[in-house]
Design a protein around this ligand. Sequence first.
Ligand code: ADP
Length: 869
Amino acid sequence: MNRRLLAALIPLTLLMLLAVFAAVTTAAINEATTQAVGEMVERAENASEVTPLFFHTGQQLLQRFAAAEELRSPDPQVRLQELEADLKIGTFGPFFSQLLLVDGDGKVFDYYPEQDSVPELSPEESTLLERTLKFGSPERSHVFPTENGHTISFIVSVEDEADQAPRALVGRSQIGINRTVGSILASLQGPEGADSGYIIDDRDLVAFHPNQSLLLQPESIDPECSEISKIPVGDGVSVQGKACKDLAPDGTQQLSYYLPIAALGNWTIVVTHPYQAVLERATRISGQLLLILLTVMGLVAVTVILITQHLTRPLQMLATAARNIAAGELDDQVTLTGEDEVAQLGGAFEQMRLSLKDRLDDLALLLHVSRTVSGSLDMTQGIQTILAGALQATDARFARIILLDERGDPHVVVSDGEEIGYVTALDRAMARLGRGGGAVKIENIAETRGLIDPKLAGPDIQAIIAVPMRSTDRLVGVMWLGYEQAHQFRDTEVDFLSTLASQAAVAVESARLYQAAEGGRRSLAAILESTSDSVIVTDPADRVLLLNPAAAELFGADSKLVTGEPIPEVVKEKDVIDLLKAPLNDGVPLSKEVPLPDGRTFYASASAIVSGDGRSIGRVAVLRDITYLKELDEVKSEFVATVSHDLRAPLTFMRGYATMIPMVGEVSPKQKRYVEKIMVGIEQMTELIDDLLDLGRIEAGLDLLREPCRLDDIITAQVDAMRPQATTHGLTLSLGRIEDLTLVIGDAGLLRRAITNLIDNAIKYTPPGGSITVSWETRGTKVLVSVADTGIGIAKADQVHLFEKFSRIKRRETIDIKGSGLGLAIVKSIVDRHNGRVWVESELGKGSVFFVELPTGELPEAPEMVGGR
Ligand code: ADP
């Protein structure tokens, strides 16, 4: 049953039980009270009928005795005998305990039984005697005490015809032993002795009581007693009494019933019953009632549970089935019999379970297949698993996969299931069918026209399905299945086979890609192995990914152990480490000459490895041994320096003698022109030789000063000095963005030379009407100088070798411009010597900007600076 319902029902049931219990208890107490009062009434009624008989009997008997002649006998003996005989008379035994004959004065003259002293009349007896003698009526007394116990007296006159002195007969009846009184009192007592019954007289004193010691105790109805209104009325009994709930002398509660005895004036019968006994009786009654009630309730509960179970069991079964299905446990069948809605729902559940189970089985199979395919690069293994899966999920006799070559012709066939010799002949037809696009279903070959020749399929195949295997739009093969019987293909079956076919295509494509990748990897590995250049590859976290054998040898590391190591753990050369870690500028490769302690020099260049989506995924550095080239360069430099030096003296002579020609005699205009041409040639050669010698000096680092220089002063002075030259060429030379007090540490003369060369080039390669702007600004610890012109510009391809010696760009616009091709090489040399960088940004036809970046210097304590002015 529903737990929440149960939880709500329990307190409700308890409350109900409590209410029922209270009602039952109240009813039981009422019933017990009614029963007890009923019994008391009955006893009191009986006693009230019997009690007057006591007095009647007493009077009757005494009157009878008084009528006897013997009492009038003068012989005392006769009278005594008569008294003795009378004393024995009574219904249940002797009624009287003493008989007395008294005279008119109340003096006793005869009495029986004998006793020591002559008895005397009590005052009440004397009063009654008077009345009896006066009126002749019999009288009776109240209860009064005597020596022998409490007594009631009856008095009658004994009349005598002889008119003797008046005399009377007194019969004393002792309450304690009178059998009639005893039976009256006995009838008033309850069966278990718990009740007490007694009688009180008109003086409100106890007259009859089983306990003699309580006689003559005052007793009356408690005026404050709570009266019990509902007194049961027995058959034919009219109730005149009053029932109360009051307190007993010992303080406990009790029920009391007071019944006046009409025949005796104000005498009253009192019957009491302890309230405790009422409660005990109520407990017995309520116990029985409760037992009956609980039995009935139990029976009702059992019936309700049985009925509920009967109603809810099918629903519970449905709930269990739904839970099982939701939890994926699909093995338990849902069996609900009957025609009602619940049974129909059960049927729907069973159908749902079966179709879900089918789908899940298919999915599990697919998962297994896809795991096998993705977990293995062996195409055949993957395809075998796929074919086995296709056979397991369908009723096909066999399954085949035809792999197509680049031209779409079958070249490999893999099969599983029953071997039927002639099906090979069908493969080609299937490959053709598979090219159509979607799955081709032949549900009954006999009725199929055109798709396939029934004779070709033979008697063993009645239905066929062919599914193309596509990998990114390329048809890599066809999977086809043959069925023994005509077969109707459900959508789920076709979907399943299509998924299997695409898995097969994945297996084929993965194997192909793997082979291609493996081939590429092998050739790359071979290239890296065989090259004499050292190659080192790092990841974005600056850890080594690869060292080729040449690099491993260069850095003295084991190429197999270095993967994942931080760069400094593998490479010790600081220049190489810097190159691998330095920030790259817009993907421009960094390069550097790296001299090694052993005398070798390497040319190292590093560039970023960029992924397809433009992210940098690491860096590759290639180091080439250029020791030989360096040596060659040095030899060349030395040769050039020597030759330049040696050429200088003859040139000086040549210039001297050429200038002297016009002085030593008449020269024709033609001779003068020749001399001028010689002079231009000599100037060019001198310039070239000066440049060569300067370059040699700068490269050798000879006479290089290192002192604080005011770069701002150097540049402004040079711009001012060169402005006339620019004006001559029809150009404006001006300062752009500039700063005061820009300091660098270095050689002021060389720095001036570099600036001069850049401005000189700008003037040379800017057509008239253009402008040249020189600017500088400090950026952090660097100062960036730029010389911008609106000249002819430099093509990207030409920018690469621009700063090399003798590099001149051969273009129509520059053919007439004189130059040695050393100007920019000198600039680079100077900037290198100052630990700076020089580069160009230029666009053909629009102009060029040459940048020089130098480290800024600190202002010395005692400024002694070199400026340009
Ligand atoms: P040159 O003595 O030929 O000027 P440089 O080394 O100074 O030699 O310059 C090398 C080449 O760079 C020049 O031949 C010229 O083609 C090109 N060049 C230099 N500066 C500029 C510039 N400001 N504008 C265009 N081309 C320039």
